[in-house]
Design a protein around this ligand. Structure first.
Ligand code: ARG
Length: 460
């Protein structure tokens, strides 16, 4: 069957190879619910401005609902020769109700239709991803109480830096995920503008009411310029960027926990339900889920690159290139969703290896900066204190001991400003207790943050 988009102007049949090359129904069929919802709202508006009669509207609406039911149940096989889901639904309508069905596309083009359907799909998907982000935040938060007594090394350059409470780590991820949520909310505003009614590119001479359709579809408003709207895929790129940053956060976390689950770190046990074995090495319990999270993030970021390249050379307005936006868009969202769905149970189920962590927590001079600040608080210039503590650490390294193990004579040999009270800030437990600043790992600050997030997530 010839595509309904080929008008009477065509004198030749479509080459069979073009049909296969140009179809998008194999991937855009998942827009069908939004497409039908958009069509019903459009028809409703056409009725209100007297472009359809009440009976015509009713017939269109009822038939579209029947078609939706058939699509829900997989009873309406996809027709690839109809190019895309939009033509597929419209043709099913025309097949059933003839000329009345032929009126649905009044004052509409697939250009505004595709854009609107995609906006509705992204809007819903953003909301779903947002809920998964909240769940992952809740998973991290749920660990905080139980892990409060665990001190972990904080790293910079993957070298031991300063001691932090384990919940300080969990709260760090909660903050990253919160920025992801903010980006979703911000991006959603630009997604949530209705394109319907710009028709192909210049608008329409027919007396449509765009606001009417927009509010029926729960859009915040309508897009302002038909040329811009016909060409615009910023909302696709932007929402995929938001997914990319989520994926990047998850990938960094996955990498961290992969390292932490090695014999070398031995900080954490990943739940076995999310690990796999080896077909040859019987002892292996591999953190494949986390490796896949790290690996799959590449797909999401790749999708963003594809979309950036897709739009960069397009003159106004709609160009068929834009049909290629959907595979990367869908893949970015599907992949991010899958990553989030698995991250939450891993976070909830993982166990810190307290003894192993504690056995080595005094290694690496995590309290050196605290000692330096103790000197500063006693009036020593920072640079001087920095140099002095470096010398003290060097002495401790040579003796193979910790700072708290160094005898007072050694301290006093290096500085006459040190007395017995220095031991009050040495050792990781003392160092942790000495923190004060906002945003620090001070136990009281961390408690405050846990409380804050508990109430925020209750209301999320
Ligand atoms: N399947 C196309 C897409 O997704 C539909 C738009 C076709 N418009 C056109 N002028 N050929 O972008």
């Amino acid at each position: 069957m010839a595509s309904p988009s080929r008008s009477g102007v065509f004198q030749a049949e479509t080459d069979a190879r073009l049909e296969a090359y140009a179809e998008s129904i194999s991937f855009d069929s998942r827009l069908y619910e939004h497409d039908i919802r958009g069509s019903i709202a459009h028809a409703n508006m056409l009725r209100d401005v007297d472009l359809l009669t009440e009976e015509e509207f009713k017939l269109i609406k009822d038939t579209l609902e029947t078609i939706r039911g058939e699509l829900d149940r997989g009873e309406l096989p996809m027709r690839f020769e109809l190019e895309d889901i939009h033509m597929h639904v419209e043709q099913a309508l025309i097949d059933r109700i003839g000329d009345t069905g032929r009126k649905l596309h009044t004052a509409r083009s697939r250009n505004d239709q595709v854009s609107t359907d995609t906006r509705m799909w992204i809007r819903q998907s953003l909301d779903e991803i947002d809920a998964l982000l909240v769940d992952l935040q809740a998973a991290f938060l749920s660990r905080c109480e139980n892990d409060f007594d665990v001190v972990l090394p904080a790293y910079t350059h993957l070298q031991r830096a300063q001691p932090v409470l384990a919940p300080h780590y969990w709260l760090a991820y909660i903050e990253k995920l919160e920025r992801d949520r903010q980006r979703i909310a911000d991006c959603r505003k630009r997604v949530n503008q209705c394109s319907l009614g710009i028709a192909a590119v210049a608008g329409t001479t027919l007396p449509i009411d765009r606001q009417h359709t927009a509010s029926a579809l729960d859009f915040e408003g309508i897009t302002a310029n038909s040329l811009d709207t016909s060409s615009d895929r910023d909302f696709v790129v932007e929402s995929t960027f938001v997914m990319s940053l989520i994926a990047s956060h998850l990938s960094g976390w996955a990498e961290e926990w992969i390292l932490w689950s090695t014999v070398e770190f031995d900080f954490i046990q990943i739940p076995q339900a999310f690990c796999t074995g080896s077909s040859i090495m019987p002892q292996k319990v591999n953190p494949d889920t986390l490796e896949l999270t790290r690996g799959k993030s590449a797909r999401v970021m790749g999708a963003l690159q594809t979309l950036m390249l897709l739009i960069k050379n397009l003159p106004l307005a709609y160009n068929r290139d834009l049909q290629e936006d959907k595979p990367p868009l869908f893949d970015a969202f599907d992949t991010t969703r899958a990553m989030l769905e698995l991250a939450a149970p891993i976070v909830r189920g993982a166990e810190l290896k307290r003894e192993s962590i504690a056995a080595r927590i005094e290694k690496g001079y995590l309290d050196a900066t605290t000692l330096m600040e103790w000197m500063i608080a006693r009036g020593m210039p920072q640079r001087t204190a920095h140099h002095l503590v470096g010398a003290i650490v060097s002495e401790a390294m040579q003796q193979g001991v910790t700072l708290s193990d160094l005898p007072l004579e050694t301290y006093q040999k290096l500085s006459d400003q040190i007395d017995e009270s220095v031991y009050e800030v040495l050792g990781t437990a003392n160092a942790i207790a000495a923190f004060r600043s906002e945003g620090s790992t001070a136990p009281a600050r961390v408690r405050e943050q846990i409380k804050l997030w508990t109430s925020r997530l209750e209301n999320a």
